[in-house]
Design a protein around this ligand. Structure first.
Ligand code: FES
Ligand SMILES: [Fe+2]
Length: 433
């Protein structure tokens, strides 16, 4: 249970809030690279309750600017995108990709341009995603996650939106206990091709343990199996909103990124990558169920999205015993639940031992928000964090006396070694504006 003040700190991303300020200290995955065409229509983007416009110029550079024209505030989403500039259709002011005004037809000369404050932000393209840094001051190092380094054919980033606060979306990522309950249709289904996840079936009380990390938190959950082995899932949480979710080494790696659009809307990224193969040959089928083909918003057409929660459920199928939730698709089971309580009032919760991961996550986030408020360097900005080697685990340990920390560290070291020796086809475009 939290105090009302703590709950606000974790949920309120209004302009000027501590949470918004903290979020702005990070590179934020904003939209797909492919959503922006050279000289194409600008795209409106909302992040942290503020409005922006993204566009790709004639030379391929991405611009990410405040949506409001610096002249008199009309939307630059209506602007003309041509000749390496975005031109406001009201009085023709032109902004380049950096957000500098470069032409002012309403003045005799362009000399006033240099007085207009820059309205653009640093941008980086990697992993098929346009990332933006919205904070002022020194731009932090870009996190070199493995999926931002591999060639485009090895990575697929799928975006989607749901109508709920980011906090409950991120909490679900560390809530291992719900896997075999909410997602029972999938975890009990031995025909769905996925390795390991079925081993959570029937065991709703995993043993949790945690390691605090500079980047966030490492969360271990262990489930004893009837044959004496242990099913270990390790989730790596990277503050503020990224979780690397456990997959076996035979499967593609997988991360979910949660970004606050506003207080009741969340952008959820599902990123898959596999350095061994074309990623489209390795997508986990159970995470595609019910999703739209579009990677710009694969949740656009789902049933019940327009606020009609009950419409999400197929009560007839539930009655027939075919489904636990009546909701189609693992991802949408999570989304519908998040949307059922757009901003959770955490002063009224009743937590048990199964919620220990959530408690740890909140403590971690509150501590980092407090670091931000006090002007301290954020732990996730410490030097020497090797983000490339981060990947979660889902493994069967032959017996229950394995040192899970040593085991996880060993796996990470192995990955780092393999990655270092096989990283020959770097090909991701990575231009910083
Ligand atoms: S409002 Fe954009 S040029 Fe005047
Ligand atoms: Fe879930």
């Amino acid at each position: 249970m939290l105090t009302a003040e703590q709950n606000k700190l974790l949920t309120d991303v209004s302009v000027g809030s501590p949470l918004s300020g903290y979020w702005k200290q990070h590179w934020i995955p904003a939209l797909r690279s492919e959503a922006l065409e050279v000289d194409g229509a600008p795209t409106r983007v909302e992040l942290l309750c503020e409005h922006y416009v993204a566009f790709r110029t004639t030379d391929g550079t991405v611009g990410f600017l405040n949506e409001a024209c610096p002249h008199r505030g009309v939307s630059l989403a209506l602007g003309r995108n041509e000749n390496n500039a975005l031109t406001c259709i009201f009085h023709g002011w032109q902004m380049n990709a950096k957000g500098d005004c470069v032409h002012m037809p309403t003045e005799e000369t362009n000399t006033l341009c240099s007085k207009v404050p820059r309205t653009g932000y640093p941008v980086r393209e990697a992993g098929g995603i346009v990332w933006v840094y919205l904070g002022g001051g020194e731009v932090p190092q870009f996190n070199d996650f493995q999926f931002t380094q591999v060639a485009p054919k090895h990575v697929r980033a799928r975006a989607s939106y749901n109508n709920s606060n980011w906090s409950q979306n991120v909490e679900t990522l560390l809530d291992s206990a719900h896997i075999a309950l909410l997602h029972a249709d999938t975890t009990y289904d031995k025909d769905v091709p996925q390795e390991g996840m079925q081993l959570s079936s029937g065991n709703h009380v995993p043993r949790y343990s945690f390691d605090k990390k500079p980047y966030g938190l490492r969360s271990y959950s262990e489930r004893d199996q009837p044959d004496g082995s242990v099913y270990l899932r390790v989730t790596e949480f990277v503050a503020p909103g990224i979780a690397f979710i456990g997959t076996t080494s035979a499967e593609a790696a997988f991360a979910i990124m949660v970004v606050p659009v506003n207080n009741t809307k969340t952008l959820g990224w599902f990123v898959f990558w596999d350095e061994r193969d074309d990623i489209n040959n390795r997508l986990p089928e159970f995470l595609m169920i019910g999703t739209d083909a579009s990677d710009d918003d694969f949740a656009a057409s789902r049933v019940g999205k327009a606020g009609d929660l009950m419409a999400s459920q197929d009560r007839e199928a539930m009655r027939r015993g075919e489904t636990w939730t009546g909701i189609k698709g693992v991802i949408f089971e999570d989304y519908v639940l998040a949307e059922s309580m757009p901003i959770v009032d955490r002063t009224k919760e009743f937590l048990g031992s199964g919620d220990v991961a959530i408690v740890r996550l909140r403590r971690e986030l509150l501590s980092r928000i407090s670091d931000y408020q006090a002007g301290r360097t954020l732990p996730e900005h410490s030097e020497n964090i090797d983000y490339r080697a981060l990947r979660s685990l889902a493994e069967i340990l032959p017996e229950n006396n394995v040192d899970i920390r040593a085991f996880t560290d060993e796996k990470e070291a192995e990955r780092r070694a393999t990655f270092n020796s096989s990283q020959t086809d770097k090909g991701q475009d990575a231009n910083v504006v």
